[in-house]
Ligand binder design. Structure first.
Ligand code: HEC
Length: 246
């Protein structure tokens, strides 16, 4: 076997195993199927965020005025329905909870969520929000299969209901492993409605992570059109030149 051939074989095998490992990890997450062009979904997601999350989490890089502009909301709608802290229209979204108190109460300060979806991906955030279960051994009473031993209490339990864990058969020398979650006590929403609630919430957070994406995609269409037209003109020109050469 020649050396370059051997090297590429090793490389290809390495890539294959890496992809397989990634795929295996990805399997555990549910697909969020978010669409950041669905303005109504983002409006619903924003409402859920400000009702259930903004008490603890900030969106430091996002201003109320920008949300109004991008989500087709008026200043009055944003200031009465979303802004619970009495901040000004031009202010960034800062949680009312002082980080030091939060750290004392939960053991960890709730992180800013401006870049959460950019960092973890929409599927992670979506799956995280449906993976809380009761665990009396935790100080908050909640645990999470995607984020084991998380210190966030589950704020959406009234909507989703209360999930209980089903453990995998015990293996000697291994910690007990949660195999799946069961809806022990139903919530105000059906599982399908709850999925939509957190899909909308994830869509909103995805938009917050990259507000320029909306604009960029609009510009992108024009760039592609321009390239198509330009390529066509270049082809015509080439044909014109080569006519004389032949
Ligand atoms: C009572 C306070 C509180 C509320 C309300 C709350 N969180 Fe949290 N959240 C926390 C804390 C504390 C952490 C840090 C958890 C840790 O690191 O163990 C956290 C962590 C997170 C993380 C993981 C961040 C990371 O490390 O990547 C996400 C995502 C998140 N919260 C989303 C939400 C969403 C969405 C809502 C609203 C539905 C919400 N949180 C409501 C306190 C809260």
């Amino acid at each position: 076997m020649t050396k370059p051939f051997f090297c590429s074989l090793v490389l290809a095998l390495g890539l294959l195993t890496a992809t397989a490992a990634l795929a295996a990890e990805g399997d555990a997450l549910d697909a969020a199927h978010t669409n950041i062009h669905d303005v109504a979904a983002m409006q619903r997601g924003a409402r859920t965020f400000f009702n259930y999350c903004a008490g603890c989490h900030s969106l430091e890089y996002m201003r109320y005025s920008r949300i109004a502009q991008d989500l087709d909301l008026s200043e009055a709608q944003v200031m009465t329905n979303l802004d619970m802290t009495g901040d000004k229209f031009g202010d960034p979204v800062i949680s009312a909870m002082p980080a030091a108190d939060a750290a004392k109460w939960f053991g960890k300060a709730p992180p800013d969520l401006s870049l959460e979806v950019a960092a973890k991906g929409p599927d992670w955030v979506y799956t995280y929000l449906k993976s809380f279960y009761v665990d009396p051994t935790r100080p908050t009473g909640w645990n999470n299969t995607v984020f084991p031993n998380v210190s966030m209490p589950f704020p959406l339990w009234e909507l989703q209901g209360v999930q209980t864990p089903v453990y995998a058969p015990a293996r000697p020398g291994h910690d007990p492993r949660v195999e799946k979650l069961q809806l022990g006590q139903p919530g105000l929403q059906t599982p399908a409605q709850y999925d939509r609630t957190i899909r909308d919430l994830t869509t909103f957070l995805q938009y917050v992570s990259e507000p320029a994406a909306l604009q960029r995609e609009r510009i992108g269409v024009w760039v592609l059109l321009y390239l198509a037209v330009f390529t066509f003109l270049a082809l015509l020109l080439k044909r014109e030149y080569w006519k004389d050469v032949h």
